[in-house]
Design a protein around this ligand. Structure first.
Ligand SMILES: NC(=O)c1ccc[n+]([C@@H]2O[C@H](COP(=O)([O-])OP(=O)(O)OC[C@H]3O[C@@H](n4cnc5c(N)ncnc54)[C@H](O)[C@@H]3O)[C@@H](O)[C@H]2O)c1
Length: 451
């Protein structure tokens, strides 16, 4: 593809290695977001019915904060890093060169269509790469605005947006990119990794999964319900780290459901489907997929749907079984199965046997139990007594593990994701210790003592 050749050639000329260049591009990105704020908000409303508040806080503000963070630390992150050396290396200098990979491919999903297309690009550009972004075809208006704004602010040999569906992505996956950053489903993540393997292209995979919330008997149930409702219902549950289902101690199960209902009413009124800021389900296929889950359990509250608007009310399902689809698939919608348990150890045992989720949320006051859950179970990241908040801290790496992904980003982790750390030992020519050239007893003794 011609554009990839252009980006590669331009990269090889060395422009992106300079601090001033990178800083300028990041500042330009921020101006781009400012200039296109109104069309972006409109497009997010059109594709997903995101309110101005939700669209700004979860997409635009997030990106601006990420740009500021990268600019603030850019010089330090770019600089070669001096490291220590063992005595065998007396006289040497040892350092790591922060080398950009080159030409990066970013593939984005539809649920935070702006944030998840641009956040990796911020990291890629900060680290000195050129990039091609493939936004999601499922949110066509947002993708169109992303393409238009990037075209207006960036020459295509630095940053280029290519719109299209899976055929376009598959074509792109045949190109000799130097790095692939994919956000999306586990199924497509496997395809991307297989294609990348053919050319041994390094990848980051930001995938999904069923992220559980655990509410133990010593939890502040009101607070837990409010924070779970908030994290579940932002974007109508179409969030990769949304709590997928709740495992709640039997002693507090009823009070949790009651408190969750109150929290939902407080957030979206008693008729959420009438709330004009309540996010819609992205398309009819997903609408029907989620609606079918309602048949699988007992609707404790909610359950209303509007096919005309593609909306599903916040719903609590009880009496689901582990074989139900709702407990097998990533829900990615506002339906919350609530499952009771008696022993925390049983919960840990059950979760240990499942694929590693992208997030896990534990609610409970005992520090011993908090430690037990967070250190025994493997998951991408999460919170104690909250949901989603870990993703907003740029000092924490964000990413999955196992089936929920590999690699991480945000803040310094974005910079290092798009950077090859090249190790250099600079040897002195002032002396040349002879022990390394000889194979006698004395040399061996010296080497042993130095090591
Ligand atoms: N870990 C994260 O940060 C994160 C963030 C958001 C969403 N997700 C996950 O993404 C999923 C939802 O997003 P989605 O439905 O857009 O994901 P998806 O995997 O269907 O699509 C993601 C991208 O891959 C492309 N694609 C789709 N099918 C393809 C194919 N057969 N070959 C090549 N490319 C293909 C799409 O065009 C899109 O750009 C959920 O599983 C969610 O958990 C993860």
């Amino acid at each position: 593809m011609e554009i990839i050749e252009q980006q590669k050639n331009w990269f090889l000329q060395g422009h992106t290695r300079r601090y001033a260049f990178r800083k300028r591009q990041l500042e330009k990105m921020k101006r781009m977001l400012d200039t296109f704020e109104a069309p972006l908000l409109k497009a997010l409303r059109y594709d997903l019915n995101k309110s101005g508040f939700e669209a700004y806080t979860t997409e635009i503000a997030f990106l601006k904060a990420e740009i500021d963070e990268q600019v603030k630390h850019l010089k330090t992150r770019m600089a070669p890093e001096k490291v220590k050396a063992p005595l065998t290396h007396a006289g040497t200098d040892n350092y790591i060169i922060k080398e950009p990979y080159g030409n990066v491919l970013i593939i984005a999903p539809w649920n935070y269509p702006l944030q998840l297309a641009i956040a990796p690009a911020i990291g890629a550009i900060a680290a000195g790469n050129t990039a091609v972004i493939k936004p999601s075809e499922m949110t066509p208006m947002v993708s169109w605005v992303i393409r238009r704004m990037v075209e207006e602010f960036f020459p295509e040999h630095i940053l280029k947006v290519i719109e299209g569906g899976k055929e376009v992505t598959q074509k792109l996956l045949q190109e000799p990119f130097d790095y692939i950053f994919f956000t999306g489903s586990e199924r497509v993540g496997q395809i991307v990794m297989q294609k990348a393997a053919e050319q041994l292209i390094p990848v980051t995979l930001e995938l999904g999964g069923k992220s559980p919330a655990i509410v133990h008997k010593d939890a502040n149930v009101q607070v837990a319900a409010r924070r779970i409702a908030w994290g579940k219902l932002i974007n109508a549950g179409q969030t990769c780290i949304a709590p997928d289902h709740v495992l709640v101690h039997e002693e507090v199960k009823d009070s949790f459901i009651e408190a969750y209902k109150e929290a939902v009413t407080h957030l979206y009124s008693s008729e959420p489907l009438q709330n004009e800021d309540y996010v819609k389900i992205v398309n009819k296929d997903h609408f029907h997929r989620i609606k079918e889950y309602l048949e699988e359990g007992n609707v404790a509250f909610g359950g209303e749907t509007s096919e005309k608007e593609n909306k599903i009310a916040p719903t609590v399902l009880t009496d689901v079984s582990r074989d139900d689809k709702v407990m097998q698939e990533e829900i990615f919608g506002p339906v919350l199965p609530v499952i009771g348990y008696d022993e925390l150890d049983d919960v840990i045992r059950t979760l240990s046997g499942k694929p590693k989720p992208l997030a896990l949320y534990y609610f409970g006051e005992s520090q011993k139990d908090q430690k037990l859950v967070t250190t025994t179970l493997s998951f991408g990241g999460g919170c104690i007594n909250d949901t989603l908040y870990h993703i907003i801290n740029p000092h924490l790496p964000f990413g999955g593990v196992g089936s929920s992904g590999m690699g991480s980003y945000h803040g310094k982790y974005s910079f290092s994701t798009f950077t090859h750390e090249k190790s250099i030992t600079k040897q002195t020519t002032k002396f040349d210790p002879s022990f390394r050239y000889k194979r006698d007893e004395k040399s061996l003794k010296i080497i042993k003592s130095l090591l």
